[in-house]
Write a new protein. Structure first.
Length: 194
């Protein structure tokens, strides 16, 4: 029971940070929306930055688990690599899409020594590693390079969608990725993809 107010605070803060940003969301707004007393908040979190980190950890866990669950529904390894773009596209069409929380947080906390910035970097590293594992399973020779390309395309599509409200960004990124993947497979595996 002791963790229930903490989890509630993190969930409410996560929603508000997503929607309004980190600096623009004050503690009073979080307390008002959560219905939690100030002393309860500070019993669980020493500072707003600690609450931000807890929110980012929750977002990281939920997002990566959802991404993996959705991608793993595909039949083969090459399809899974391209499915990453489909899953991101699905996410971008949801009413809860306000861009990537980790890109937004790293922009607001741009000092590389900030624990918040460092956690955002770790999130991107973990997503990149997952994509690299997918590429390894697909027998991609340069899996690390391909994973880096995927992240560049995905993050670019996230920002494009967030800024321009374009519904085509992930489809265009997927088309580029498909060409890269086809080239990689033809060069090293002599396999074509659909």
């Amino acid at each position: 029971m002791a963790t229930q107010p903490r989890e509630h605070l993190v969930s409410v803060a996560l929603k508000l940070f997503h929607q309004y940003g980190f600096h623009a969301t004050g503690i009073d707004k979080i307390l008002s929306e959560s219905g939690v007393a100030k002393n309860t908040l500070y019993r669980h979190f020493k500072s707003k930055d600690e609450l931000i980190l807890a929110s980012l950890r929750k977002q990281d866990e939920e997002f990566r688990n959802w991404l993996m669950r959705e991608v793993e529904k595909r039949n083969n390894a090459a399809d899974r690599l391209l499915a990453v773009f489909d899953v991101y596209d699905e996410w971008s069409r949801s009413p809860a899409f306000f861009g990537c929380m980790f890109i937004n947080a790293s922009a607001e906390f741009s000092n590389p020594d900030s624990p918040i910035h460092a956690f955002c970097k770790e999130h991107k590293r973990l997503v990149t590693r997952y994509i690299q594992n997918l590429a390894n399973t697909a027998n991609i020779f340069a899996s690390e390079r391909l994973a880096t390309y995927w992240i560049l395309l995905l993050d670019g599509a996230v920002i494009s969608t967030q800024v321009s409200s374009s519904s085509l960004s992930f489809q265009q990124a997927r088309a580029i990725a498909k060409n890269l993947l086809q080239s990689e497979l033809e060069t090293h595996c002599k396999v074509s993809i659909g």
